[in-house]
Design a protein around this ligand. Sequence first.
Ligand code: RIB
Ligand code: CA
Length: 317
Amino acid sequence: MKRTPLIIDTDAGIDDALAILLAMASPEVDIVAITISSGNCSAAQGIRNVRGILQLIGSGNIPVVKGVEVPLVQPPVFAPETHGETGLGYAKLPEVSIHSNQKHSVDLIIEQAFRYQGEVMIVTLGPLTNLALAIRREPAIIDKVKKVIIMGGAIQHGGNTTPQAEFNIYCDPHAAHIVFHSGMPIILVPLDVTYQIILTQNHVQRLLQVDSPVTRFVSDSTRYYMEYHKKYQQIDGCVINDPLALALTFKPDLVNTRKLFVDVDLSSGVSMGKTFADFYNFLKQKANMSVALNVKSRVFIDLFLDRIVKLATRNLQ
Ligand code: RIB
Ligand code: CA
């Protein structure tokens, strides 16, 4: 099977971690870089999180590099109430060594886009700061990327950070504006579809039938995330946004998409970071992305659980 070279740009929270585990469990993709943005936690914490996850599953040879610590214009926003102080809830990971002489995320994105041109996919699971700066630094990457799958935005769904805005876009709306209008081949995975993907305690119990560091990590990290969803959104379970975006790198038919012109509100008022689609073409603009508007949620959850069980079982050998 020809494996798709994949760059994961992530703000290293709980659902990001689940997405990375899913990628490691999926033979269709070959992770050629994990680049860290700040968001759920600081980029400095994020690199420790991702290195720890890779060490947990014995995949320490994937390049993991830190990116920009702060948004382009906005002050930094973090989400300890959602993902915990470390970004990984109650999960504990082995201490990892962080080498100082690391490439910067922006440079590694550019380097891998040129190395795997035409084949490489980028999936962004956090604010778009790194990708926006990579586009500004080397616009030629726009034509070298096969697909950019962005977890972010809320189109006909309310926000999860303000009444209007989704977290990844709200953190850095200016970066989102650069990426949205770059001409890259974008698939947007907004809250409209991710809020149909709820991981429940029953699902976690199914995973724990395999007693492994991987399943214990999933249980400990999502327990914190479920407490947040229950307390703030009265949801029994947790919305696992990022794994759905990741799954579209190898199973695009999980969602139905529609080509639309999408923009982001940069005003500093109550709707800052709001993403909107021009369904009736009022603005007479060409569509700039494909937007996922419905999802086969049961098919995705079964795929996710099945692959995590396989990864956990493999991890025991
Ligand atoms: O709004 C959900 C997104 O924001 C997810 O990627 C979550 O990890 C946070 O980054
Ligand atoms: Ca994320």
